[in-house]
Design a protein around this ligand. Structure first.
Ligand code: FE2
Ligand code: FE2
Length: 329
């Protein structure tokens, strides 16, 4: 018996996936077994993971830009060293994740082309500019804070290489979140102008951070299947609520105010309520209309162009070596 309309994981459209194969696969998932690169998997599972892991990798790499922008202007050597380490960590996260995606059969070049052509997306949060030093604090606190909420459950993702990459990534994200919160604490406890700068950064980064969890569950296209496959463990709205509940008291501690008049503790629900979010604005930024989309991709394109000679030289060197080896045989 064959399932209709599916192609085999080998990519051969003529080899259909049997319902037995699909059932066996789901049984492994339900038993919390990790799926490894060489294991049989449905083509749609592979495709979903390639999309998710490559978008995650692109987000790490593009995410280096807004903060890299402040490395030369960090207010002290200590701040500069921490920021440099953080930006470097993000580069490392991107590389682990590209490597994890490669285990699913996509090449680094293909992923890079998808990013540069706009075919692949990255987290929309990185399409906003970093206007002041306080933005570096707000990004660490809020953006890395949201990333942790999203990524801790990914350490238990059903796909082994992705889950394992996430363990180390999460440890580093926790350092990022703390360095951001420490910057915010210093500013919030500083002169009135510094406190105002911290509040202004919170005002600009709050909503995009809350939106990092993706559209509401009612509109989330990929959620149900990803939950069944245990790629995702919690829905977008559940993770968003968890982030809001953790972050609002942190803002209170700083003496700062979350820019949402509807954000209040709901005693009956034992959660913070938040006001409605403007998802049209979110989709506009995702589709390229954010303040920094063009610059972000232009910077990646330049890096790709500037690195072309290195790739060419490496290939020429490899070809020369193998010709020499052949001649010596
Ligand atoms: Fe990261
Ligand atoms: Fe980070």
């Amino acid at each position: 018996m064959y399932a209709q309309g599916l192609i085999n994981a080998s990519g051969d459209p003529n080899a259909a996936e049997t319902t037995e194969q699909l059932a066996r696969f789901q049984a492994r998932i339900d038993a919390e077994e990790k799926i490894e690169a060489r294991d049989w998997m449905p083509a749609a599972y592979r495709k979903t993971l390639i999309r998710q892991i490559s978008q995650h990798a692109h987000s790490e790499i593009i995410g280096m830009q807004p903060e890299g922008n402040w490395v030369t202007r960090a207010p002290s050597l200590r701040r500069k060293a921490s920021l440099l380490a953080k930006v470097q960590d993000e580069g490392g996260h991107g590389l682990y994740l590209y490597a994890a995606a490669e285990t699913l059969g996509i090449s680094r070049e293909e992923m890079q082309d998808q990013l540069l052509s706009g075919a692949a997306k990255y987290s929309s949060i990185f399409n906003y500019p970093t206007l002041t030093w306080a933005d570096i604090g707000a990004i660490g606190w809020l953006v890395d804070g949201a990333a942790i909420m999203n990524q801790i459950p990914l350490c238990r993702c059903s796909y082994g290489p992705y889950a394992r990459a996430m363990v180390r990534v999460c440890k580093e994200e926790s350092f990022h979140q703390r360095q951001g919160y420490e910057i915010m604490t210093t500013l919030a406890q500083g002169a009135p102008a510094q406190k105002a700068m911290a509040q202004d950064a919170l005002n600009r980064w709050w909503t995009p951070s809350v939106m990092m969890f993706g559209p509401p569950d009612t509109d989330s296209v990929h959620s149900d299947q990803s939950m069944t496959w245990k790629i995702k463990r919690f829905t977008n709205d559940a993770l968003r609520q968890r982030f809001v509940d953790a972050t609002v008291p942190q803002a209170d501690y700083l003496g700062l105010t979350v820019p949402d008049p509807d954000c209040k503790w709901n005693d009956a629900a034992q959660h913070y309520d938040i006001g409605p979010l403007d998802w049209n604005d979110f989709w506009k930024v995702v589709k390229g209309g954010g303040p920094m989309n063009r610059q972000r991709i232009a910077a990646r394109q330049k890096a790709d162009d500037d690195g072309a000679w290195v790739r060419e030289a490496a290939l020429a060197y490899a070809a020369k070596r193998s010709a020499l080896m052949e001649a010596a045989e």
